[in-house]
Design a protein around this ligand. Structure first.
Ligand code: 6PG
Length: 466
């Protein structure tokens, strides 16, 4: 049996799927888990694949199986348990070894952990992995953050297991320390906005136009064949076709309208604001999930103020161009956060490459991403998709359609936290003169905060005070 190339600790859903993917691609691995039952279950699943798998009863034994410099991938919660693992494993490792966190981690924690391991001459990699269990098993998109040295060691193991877009593996080094986990976080923020935009569209079709779920499924499936083609549109069509096996009617009607969230969308919004940015479409999606959880309040408010809505008058033909324009804006917001973080942390993120590795394997994979990669490759403006000449036509057609949809929906009483935000974002950024002069006047009035004058004169306060 060949020496294991990598050790994998944590054989839960995602860890086992990644490990099986490696076995299938001929990578020799050693595995372990906190509890024995998972090791046994994994061995049973790996056996038919016939690869090189060595099992170890615990973390210490796993480390001894690995040739130096060691590569140890942890797929356990990226919070306290990961810090506890580092406490245990650092004394067992040597300078030059690498620990990889393949979970959804807060990139601040990844930066802290990278600094901690660097003190021992070790590498810490934050690996963003997208695609859910199926992706991890058959080809995820992976966002690597860590030293160039650790990338050289891991690249030959990650490329074979990654999703491929026209032969190009969907994995790359984003930058050092937390860059990979940050890019994954923004990926998830975009995922939230895209999902909410789909849910808003569903609301208009289902409750506004009174269409059956099967007709809406057909609509999403048809859109999926065009420029809106994407994994999330595809699964929406599939989900809407299923009936409830425990009752009558569509499955979606049997599901409580309270959305869960593990936190990555919220992190994206927090980081955007911290960086002096704002990603209102992502924030709208996070807000929509939070409000959805307040079921009791919604019931009480509906009873108090009425839940009825007026007749919705939209032209369905407007939806496709409107959604496409909104999707470009959603990505534009995501990439603006990436640009701000890249500058703040000195990462030199390659936006075109990020779009490229999102083209397959990940949850937000979409036809549009090839064009987005192209827009970044076209040249300046490097970080403003809004101004990219390739999307001029998308906006010329899509924004008037979006405006008609949003106006009609809002007039009839349909909430659009994401689609409405898209339009406000657009309308704000296309105004060379905004209203912040009044905000500045107010700030100066109550706090003597000062302002700059349009004519550049060196007078920074208004004539408000005696
Ligand atoms: C992915 C997903 C994955 C997971 C999210 C869901 O890229 O594979 O984003 O990371 O599904 O954690 O997040 P929420 O529970 O916050 O919706």
């Amino acid at each position: 049996m060949a020496d294991p190339k990598i050790g994998i600790y944590g054989l839960g859903t995602m860890g086992a799927a990644l490990a099986l993917n490696m076995v299938e691609k001929g990578v020799s691995i050693a595995v372990s888990n906190r509890t024995d039952d998972m090791i046994t279950a994994f061995s049973e699943r790996a056996a038919p694949l016939g690869g090189d798998v060595t099992t170890a009863p615990d973390l210490a034994a796993l480390v001894t199986l690995l040739p130096k410099p060691r590569l140890l991938l942890a797929m356990i919660p990226s919070t306290g348990p990961l810090d506890a693992l580092l406490d245990d494993v650092i004394p067992l490792l040597d300078a030059g070894d690498t620990v990889i966190d393949a979970g959804n981690a807060d990139f601040h924690a990844t930066r802290r952990r990278a600094a901690r391991l660097a003190e021992h001459g070790m590498h810490f990699v934050g690996l963003g992995v997208s695609g859910g269990e199926d992706g991890a098993r058959h080809g995820p998109s992976m966002m690597f953050g860590g030293s160039s040295e650790s990338w050289q060691g891991l690249k030959p193991l990650l490329e074979p297991i990654a999703a491929r877009f026209e032969g190009d593996p969907c994995v790359d080094r984003m930058g050092p320390d937390g860059a990979g986990h940050f890019v994954k976080t923004v990926h998830n923020g975009i995922e939230y906005a895209d999902m909410q935009m789909i849910a808003e569209t569903y609301d208009l079709l289902r409750h506004g136009l009174g269409q059956e779920t099967s007709a809406i499924a057909d609509r999403f499936a048809a859109w999926n064949e065009g420029p809106l083609g994407s994994y999330l549109f595809e699964i929406t069509a599939t989900v809407l076709r299923h009936d409830d096996p425990l009752g009558a009617g569509p499955m979606v009607d049997a599901i409580l309208d309270r959305a869960g969230q593990k936190g990555t969308g919220r992190w994206t919004a927090i980081e955007a604001v911290t960086l002096g940015q704002s990603a209102t479409m992502i924030e709208g999606a996070v807000a929509a999930r939070a409000w959805s959880a307040e079921k009791d309040l919604r019931i009480a408010a509906g009873a108090a103020f009425g839940a009825e809505r007026a007749t919705l008058q939209i032209d369905e033909a407007d939806l496709e161009p409107a959604l496409l324009a909104a999707r470009v804006l959603e990505y534009a917001q995501g990439f603006r956060i990436l640009a701000a973080a890249s500058q703040e942390y000195g990462w030199e993120l390659d936006f075109a490459r990020i779009a490229e590795i999102w083209r397959a394997g990940c949850i937000i994979r979409a036809t549009l991403l090839d064009d987005i990669a192209g827009a970044f490759r076209d040249g300046p403006p490097r970080d403003q998709l809004l101004l990219a000449p390739r999307f001029a036509e998308t906006f010329a057609r899509g924004i008037p359609a979006l405006r008609r949809i949003v106006s009609a929906a809002i007039s009839a009483g349909y909430p659009l936290p994401v689609l409405g935000s898209a339009l406000s974002f657009w309308d704000t950024l296309r105004q060379p003169s905004g209203t912040a002069n009044l905000i500045q006047a107010q700030r100066d009035f109550f706090g003597r905060h000062g302002f700059d004058r349009v004519d550049g004169q060196e007078v920074h306060h208004g004539p408000w005070w005696p």
